[in-house]
Write a protein that binds this ligand. Sequence first.
Ligand SMILES: Cc1cc2nc3c(=O)[nH]c(=O)nc-3n(C[C@H](O)[C@H](O)[C@H](O)COP(=O)(O)O)c2cc1C
Length: 321
Amino acid sequence: MTVKIENPIFDKLGLKYPIVEGGMTWAGTGALAAAVSEAGGLGFIGTGYWHGDDVRKEIKRAKALTDKPFGVNVMLLSRHIREVFDVIIEEGVKVVATGAGDPSPFLDELHAAGIVVMPVVPSASMARMMERKGVDAVIAEGMESGGHIGRMTTMALIPQVVDAVNIPVIAAGGIGDGRGVAAAFMLGASGVQMGTRFLTAAESEIHENFKKKVLKAKDIDTIVTGEITGNRARVLKNKMAKEFVKNEVNEIQKPAPDYETLEKLESGTLKAAVKEGDKDHGAFMAGQISGLINDEKPVKEILADIWEQATDLMGIPNTTK
Ligand SMILES: Cc1cc2nc3c(=O)[nH]c(=O)nc-3n(C[C@H](O)[C@H](O)[C@H](O)COP(=O)(O)O)c2cc1C
């Protein structure tokens, strides 16, 4: 049996590679998203808790750099979600990925605007529910990932999600080279999403300290914060992460903090890492695959090299050359 690479959504978008740059708040800028899309993948702008105006600015940056389709990743918990969706529709964005919840209240208007909607899911049951509500594809993300995570590993999650739904499944978490991409397709995925791999791309605009931290990281250098608050995030170890975890285990379990605290905690520390490279206080979100990443090359090369290796391993022709 040979692997079949089939993804009608990617075909419609005209992608050269079935590879997505996962939305990364602050790190996934318009410039990086545009570079990925321009090179033939699908770039995403990460928007976290941003206001609509900031989202519009980044969309315009991306549009100035590419005519190819790119996506916007939205955080459904954001208090600005209404204005963010208005901007996305007004700006004619082609794809939306959603994190932290159920995008179905917005689905009709997004579909009416011709927008493909792909929620990130941490489990097969969530994937099934999303399919019932009418989303176009799911991004199944394992806990190896950088950023906010669920509890399943990619290896166990992907085949179960693939069996649970009839819509395309995009595999995310722990994929950093052609071996990971081939493995994801073997598990039945119809596309892959990478975040950490793109952090060190030449077009990535994260602070040098952040890039260096990813380049230097070993396989065991990440840690999960937020086990107690329920807001689990994988970051590279530093003073902030170690203190966070130390304090957490001493606390009695309590409900998740209110949105304002959450917003401050998340936007604040991730922004400090991405924009200022604050070694002590920043949240250097990155995945377990960091240990595999040791170069800083253009997105075009990253995609071409990964696809060359993946097609070779899968024994299928590389039609992109
Ligand atoms: C710095 C960083 C920020 C991220 N921010 C978001 C985000 O805002 N929304 C989201 O859905 N996923 C976010 N992610 C997850 C990525 O979109 C992607 O799914 C993940 O990085 C894939 O796993 P990998 O890091 O092993 O490649 C983030 C990841 C990183 C590394």
